[in-house]
Structure formats: C-alpha cells, structure tokens
Design a binder for this molecule. Sequence first.
Ligand code: NDP
Length: 449
Amino acid sequence: MAALDEKLQDIYTEVLQRNPGESEFHQAVREVLDSLGPVVAKHPQYVDAAVIRRLCEPERQIIFRVPWVDDSGTVQINRGFRVEFNSALGPYKGGLRFHPSVYLGIVKFLGFEQIFKNSLTGMPIGGGKGGSDFDPKGRSDAEVMRFCQSFMTELYRHIGEYTDVPAGDIGVGGREIGYLFGQYKRITNRYESGVLTGKGLSWGGSQVRPEATGYGTVFFTEQILDRRGDSFEGKRVVISGSGNVAIYAVEKVHQLGGTVVACSDSSGYIVDDKGIDLELLKEIKHDRRGRIHEYPDIARGSAYFVDSGSIWAVPCDIALPCATQNELNGSDARLLIENGCAIVAEGANMPCTPEAFRLLIDAGVTFAPGKAANAGGVATSALEMQQNASRDSWTFEHTEQRLETIMRGIHDRCLETAEEYGTPGDYVAGANIAGFTQVADAMLALGIV
Ligand code: NDP
C-alpha cells in the first residue's frame, strides 16, 4: 500500500484512534483516502473545512437491545444497530444486515461505503446502514417475525421517508422487509410506503428491485466488455454466493449469453461446467432456504460440490464476488490471474481485500469496485421511493431500462473522473473521487453541520 499524503495520513490516524478494533471500517476509510491525494491537491478546501474528517464521523449511531421470545419460550437478546452516516445528499439510505458477524465496525464500513455509492447513482440519497447480530438461519418464520417486530419497535422512532429509509442486505429479504413494514405501519398508524424499500409488489414494492443488484453488476461488467468491443457471449463466469445478489447476477449473465460455471454458499461451492441450473439454484437456496451441496444430488450430469478450498480456483474469464466482505484475498487473486481471468466486478460490498485488488490491477485485470458495480440495488430502491412518492408503479421493462441507463451513467462517470484526475482506466479512483466530490461539495454548501 502506498503512503498517504501527510494531511490524509493525519485523518486516517485519527480514524484509527477514534474507532478502535473496527478493522472493516478502517479498511473502507483507507481505501477511499488512498484515492483522494490528487483531489486535496487540487481542492485544499476539502481539508481546510474538515469535510473529510466530518465524513469519517457518522452523524448518528444508534445501538439498541432487541429482546424476543423463541419457539421454545426462551427469551433471546440480540443487538440492533443503525448508523446514520451522512445526509448531505438526501435521507439516509442503506440496507439492514442480519448475520451473527454484525457488530458496529461492520455497520460503519457498510454505511461509509454507502455514502459514496449513493452519491455515484446521482440520486438524492444519503448514506446509512444497520442490522443485527441475529442469525435467521434455522429460525422458524414465526421466530423471524417476532424478531423483526421487536427490532422495528425500537427502530421506528429513528426512520421515516424524509429521514432514513432502510432496505435489505445479507439475511434480510422480502420476508423480513414485510414483517418490518407491518410493524412500522402498526406502531405509527401510517401507510408510509417510502419508509422502507425492497417491499413486495402488492404493497408498494418496485419491479426489478429483487433483481437490481445482480442485474446492475452484470450491466456494469457489460459496459467494461463493450468498451473493448466484446460481450458476455461465450464467456465463463464464476459468481460467489447464492443469495439475492448472486442469483440475479447468474440470471442476467445467462440472458446475455455467458455461462456461470460455479457459485457458492458459506459451506462450499459447486461447479457445473454446462452452466448453473438457475431454477434449481433458486429452488434450493431461495424457496427452501437449503444448502448448496444439495445441488449436485439433484442436478443431472457432472456437477460437483467442494467443501474446502477456493471458488476462485475455478478457471473463468470473469469473476463476480457476490457473497460477503473480504471473501477474495491475495492468494485467490493470484489464482484468478494464473487462470487468465480478465475482469473482476464486485457484486458484494468490499469482497476483495486491498492486497487482492492491487494484485489484480497490477496484473492488468480490470477491477470494478462494489461502490460502483453494485450500486444498482440502491439506485432501484430510489426508483421505488419515486414510485411511492407519486403513488405510481412502473412496468418491469421500464424499470429495467432505467436501471441499465443508471449503471451506464455510473460506469462512464467513473472513467471520466479517473481520466480527469490522471489515473485513466482506474475504476477504483474514479468511483471514490466521483462519489466523494459530489458529497463534499454538498457538505461545503451546507456549512459546518
Ligand atoms: P443474501 O443473504 O441473500 O446472500 C448472501 C450469500 O452469500 C449467501 O449465499 C451466503 O451463504 C453467502 N455467503 C455469506 N458468507 C459467505 C462466505 N464467507 N463464503 C461464501 N459464501 C458466503 O445477501 P445478499 O445477496 O443480499 O448480499 C450479498 C452481498 O451483496 C453483501 O456483501 C451485501 O452487502 C451486498 N449487497 C447487497 C445488496 C442487495 O440489494 N441485497 C445491495 C448491494 C450490495 P449462506 O446461505 O451459507 O449464508
């Protein structure tokens, strides 16, 4: 990692001191600061008015107890979080994650990333994130409902369509958003559709929202291919994860003529050289909430399951990490390079370690960071908010067209900004700088708040 310019190093040192033990948050901040050298050289006001220091400190951090009763009658206690990071561009916007690994550092890293991602979409949304260390795996529907109701019984007082608009993330899909929205409606006696996104179609949701993050990542990758006169046609693609983002990334790659040959869950990965059977994958992982190792038992042919090792050892032209943070490390990056992978685009948030993405870039692999490549999810959430505000609902085709246009816009903005700041073709610098400057200018205009 190259040394930071002196003023940025001071800011980073302060972040380390003020947020001890929050390694994912440190990593996310460092990755943005690494891109800002040329920006502060050109615009010293961002440092003078403490814009960057203020950006690194959340506007509000809420931590609360979530008590609930499991099916055996035992009282369970979880911890809930909502970090309202930055509202310079609009109401805080970002998902909720339910996973046992959730602690303040994870929520802060995700909320910090969200500020720049939301800015890149060009839509009027600020950055926030939340969640709980609750593990939905193995819990009954009734337990998940009671947990969600208890979670919302505290969260409701902090959110609202003009204040903070949560959505889903790992462990939070349509089922959880339904229980959360139901409780919000009951407590407030308001049918305030714009308070949550990712809702079901019959109660205020948007077409394409479930598909949006996966589709958007593939649209972004298509733009990279298009620039070199290429397409997904005939490409071998590896996609990690098998949740919301991964499933719809598989769907769009197949629609565009590529073949997804491997995907995973936290217990291992499957390889199916003739192409992942998407309906079977959805049936196992989405409909039944099962495990991916069931796939080869049902799929006919040569599909197999691997319970150790790395999915990134499977040779591919394009890799789309769509599972979780830091899932692709330096040795995984070396495997991808050795096997001739040409593009890595992040569907998940921060799935590549800094060592991994530096190795990839140095080896000439095109690397698209999550805050640009996976912004389609939140962009479509903003489209859901628009439809809610105007009491309208758009067709699938119209919404997908909007998503595709937004992803093309983000792609082009990254490249134009990278060029402007002397790092042509660098999507990491382009995304960080373009995302940053828009928020920073808004913060300057709003004064010291
Ligand atoms: P889901 O909960 O739907 O799916 C997560 C998937 O990742 C599951 O298949 C899970 O497996 C797998 N997984 C988790 N940890 C690991 C691991 N260590 N190794 C391999 N697989 C793992 O979440 P989403 O698909 O919604 O989110 C995935 C990523 O995308 C996250 O980083 C999220 O922040 C990001 N993202 C999501 C957006 C959205 O709209 N949902 C928007 C933008 C980014 P298992 O079933 O075993 O738990």
